[in-house]
Design a protein around this ligand. Structure first.
Ligand SMILES: [Zn+2]
Length: 141
């Protein structure tokens, strides 16, 4: 399905800001992880669906991090739905949520630990959570 034209400058700005990679929250989390001495890979395609990517990957420990935008992934605190083209957006965002859940389940079935971080979360708190998961895996938990 093609994207309808954004109906206002505000929506348009939000789309372009949130659709891109290397978003500010993601960069902050990556910096926080580096400060903790962690090394990782970025934007790895997922084996079962190469169109999906893991934002931050710890391949050896099999920990997969997704940094989810509040708009695109319908964060419970900040989810908003554009008024124009409401039906399109409701369906599209619902599909995103369903795909996220499917990704979580399938990665877990393959032995991955999946961590989802909202873009509104404090980067250091998120990095702490991620570090614990990675170190836990290393110690063979
Ligand atoms: Zn949020």
């Amino acid at each position: 399905m093609s994207r309808p034209p954004a109906s206002s400058a505000g929506v348009s700005r939000r789309m372009s800001r949130l659709a891109r990679r290397d978003t500010r929250p993601e960069l902050q989390i990556r910096s926080a992880l580096h400060r903790r001495g962690l090394r990782f890979r970025l934007q790895e395609p997922i084996g079962f669906d190469r169109r999906r990517r893991i934002d931050i990957v710890f391949p050896r420990e099999k920990v997969a991090i997704f940094v989810d935008g509040c708009f695109w992934h319908s964060c419970p605190e900040h989810a908003t739905y554009p008024v124009a083209n409401a039906e399109f957006w409701t369906e599209k965002l619902a599909r995103n949520v369903a795909r996220d859940e499917d990704t979580n389940v399938r990665l877990s079935e393959e032995g991955w630990e999946v961590i989802r971080v909202w873009e509104h979360e404090d980067p250091d708190t998120a990095a702490e959570r991620i570090e614990q998961a990675v170190r836990g895996r290393r110690s063979g938990r």
